[in-house]
Design a protein around this ligand. Structure first.
Ligand code: ATR
Length: 287
């Protein structure tokens, strides 16, 4: 039931046609009888400032931000959470007493999913991150913030891995090293040392489902292998990991948990996470 009490939320980005967020949030509110409405807000860059002014005068309690505005939104915000500032991008905004406050829940969602669905203890674990783009940045900074024992960052473009590693060491905690993902000797050596391997690149994503971001021979039974890709549900990397007897996790956990973290920031209440998970699973099944 939409009425004058309905609290508004939304997703600001462009294009938005492939986003699961409006469906995931709205169905979760419906199932849990919450009077919220989550709208896709596909806007042009030149209009960001005007849209934000308007949003402040309506019943919006917050919104998510996605590509290509996660960085561009920052200059329009009144406050930015310290971790989001370090990550350098915002995907969640809370509106409180007319103020826009920015957060980044991508890394938090990742860590929540990691901890909830595995026996991993972040502070006693060593991680290998494949990729050094935006997603890797949120995950590296959040893992460092949560006390990760060691983080290795590998990338096709070595300069980007070096930059992310140095920035994480400087801004959060000194626990990162970087490696060229084409250096097979070093990659083999590092994979032997780590407990968790995380793919943050788009390698293996539909339609290139046969591609694998890591030599399958480097996967060991002791590894927890995580792919932040969720289309397909089991990427080549996860299938190869499964063959080796590794524990595996796909990207749905991060997707659901970054949404749940945002919900908790907006409402101060616990998110209907099981409902959100079920909704996403159903969307994926019907795809
Ligand atoms: P996101 O915000 O989703 O992380 P991004 O910032 O564009 O996206 O980062 C994409 C990551 O995937 C980068 O680490 C990129 O490597 P480069 O920095 O060398 O570009 C990596 N990537 C994308 N396609 C790749 C490919 N075919 N092989 C190896 N790495 C790839």
């Amino acid at each position: 039931m939409i009425n004058t009490e309905t609290q508004l939320l939304g997703l600001l980005g462009n294009p938005l046609e492939h986003s699961f967020s409006p469906e995931m949030h709205n169905k979760a509110y419906e199932k849990t009888n919450l009077n919220y409405l989550y709208l896709p807000l596909e806007i042009e860059e030149d209009n960001i400032e005007d849209v934000l002014k308007g949003i402040k005068h309506m019943k919006f309690i917050g919104f998510n931000v996605t590509i290509p505005y996660k960085l561009k939104i920052m200059k329009f915000l009144d406050e930015i959470d310290p971790l989001a500032k370090k990550i350098g991008s915002v995907n969640t905004v809370k509106i409180s007493q007319g103020k826009l406050i920015g957060f980044n829940t991508d890394g938090k969602g990742f860590v929540k999913s990691l901890v909830n669905y595995s026996k991993i203890n972040v502070s006693s674990s060593k991680f290998l991150l494949l990729g050094a783009g935006g997603a890797s940045r949120s995950i590296a900074m959040t893992l460092a913030d949560r006390g990760a024992k060691k983080i290795f960052i590998s990338n096709r473009t070595i300069e980007k891995a070096e930059e992310l590693s140095n920035e994480t060491n400087d801004k959060v905690r000194s626990c990162c090293s970087y490696v060229d993902n084409n250096d097979m000797v070093k990659m083999k050596e590092i994979t032997k040392k780590v407990d968790v391997i995380i793919n943050t690149t788009s390698v293996g994503m539909y339609p290139n489902t046969e591609e694998c971001p890591l030599d399958k021979n480097f996967l060991l039974k002791k590894h927890l292998v995580i792919d932040i890709v969720y289309n397909p549900i089991k990427t080549r990397l996860l299938l190869e990991g499964e063959k080796k007897g590794c524990s595996i996790q796909n990207g749905l956990g991060m997707l659901v948990n970054q949404g749940a973290e945002a919900f908790e920031i907006w409402t101060g209440e616990k998110a209907p996470i099981e409902e959100m998970k079920e909704i996403i699973n159903n969307i994926m099944k019907n795809k």
